[in-house]
Design a protein around this ligand. Structure first.
Ligand SMILES: [Fe+2]
Length: 342
């Protein structure tokens, strides 16, 4: 299977994975051949692309680490808990399941494919931040209890946005000062919402409070610097930024994972704790398996395998001649690199 941008999908294309809609319901099933009408609707809903099955990619498979269903169920449950004012510690069983999946697959670099349209952004983003944070925690040798605390902090990091109107959150134009001030309150509001959740650790709560603090003191709400920001706060700053940058928003298109990573590496030691950025680079697939890429020699290929210790140089199958090249280990391709995502 491979990922194809929605702009390139044509009628008759066969789906390799189901497409999910709101609340995790299957919108279009696996193996379905897409029609013109469905492609148009997916574009309207903001789906960036779909996983397809075709001859060139039929033997390419990948390990999701966390399958789409778990991510969507967790996101839906979080939304439901907030809507019904339920106690937020009910999220723990979902976090535990995510932690187990990551521990089982800790050698696999993670690929959080974009599995929904614009409207489901907030809650999927929260789950993604939880997942990516746990991945960093695994690299830091955290035990299960610490990983659950970290995942909880990540999943709940933006709950304070419950008090920010959708009008402000989805505004395409520049925010006014008053509107921006509303957004700035969300870490403290989130922290306050957790005050009577006695099963959630104080470390998790502080992570929620500090996820917008920045290493150089330029963040909010307190403008804390360096190690005065808790470890969870410094981890969440990295994962929140990465997932937000690589997501399509109503006011801008998503950045490529490689661009978001380059930003974090550049801002590491300035806005972010470089150690956390460095740990993060060992967890994610910059070019996930199934991604179509262009190479500097002018050819195009599909990513087949990633190396966690060399995330920019995966194994690629050239589309034109089906040749497989290993950018990390094949010395005859040392001067070839990936230049873009198709
Ligand atoms: Fe936030």
């Amino acid at each position: 299977m491979r990922f194809l941008s929605i702009e390139k999908v044509i009628p008759g294309t066969k789906l390799a994975k189901p497409i999910y809609g709101a609340h995790g319901l299957v919108l279009v099933r696996e193996n379905f051949e897409l029609t013109d009408g469905i492609i148009c609707r997916l574009k309207e809903l903001g789906y960036p692309g779909v996983y397809i099955e075709d001859e060139i990619s039929e033997d390419i498979v990948f390990n999701d680490v966390i399958n789409d269903k778990i991510r969507l169920e967790t996101a839906f449950r979080l939304e439901e808990m907030l809507r019904n004012n339920e106690s937020l510690d009910k999220i723990t069983p979902f976090v535990s399941e995510i932690v187990e999946c990551i521990i089982e697959n800790q050698d696999v670099v993670i690929n959080l494919n974009k599995l929904c349209g614009h409207h489901e952004y907030t809650f999927i983003h929260s789950v993604n931040v939880g997942i990516l944070s746990v991945c960093i925690g695994v690299k830091m040798d955290y035990n299960r209890k610490e990983l659950i605390e970290l995942g909880t902090s990540g999943i709940l990091h933006d709950i304070g946005k419950k008090y920010v109107s959708l009008e402000i959150l989805d505004k395409e134009e520049k925010l006014t000062k008053e509107e921006f001030d509303e957004i700035l309150k969300h870490p403290e509001n989130g922290y306050a919402m957790l005050s009577d959740c006695y099963d959630i650790s104080s470390t998790s709560k502080v992570g929620v409070l500090q996820h917008h603090e920045r290493f150089d003191g330029s963040g909010y709400p307190r403008g804390l610097k360096g190690k005065k920001i808790s470890t969870f706060g410094r981890i969440l700053a990295v994962t929140d930024t990465y997932d937000a940058m690589t997501s399509d928003r109503c006011y801008r298109k998503a950045f490529e994972p490689s661009e978001a990573l380059e930003y974090l590496l550049g801002a590491g030691s300035i806005r972010y704790d470089y150690n956390m950025v460095n740990n993060f680079t060992k967890c994610i697939a910059v070019y996930p398996v199934g991604t179509c890429v262009t190479l500097s020699d002018g050819t195009e290929g599909i990513v087949m395998h990633n190396y966690s210790d060399c995330i920019l140089r995966p194994v690629v199958r050239i589309i034109q001649n089906k040749q497989i090249i290993d950018l990390k280990n094949d010395s005859s391709y040392l001067n070839v690199c990936i230049t873009g995502v198709i």
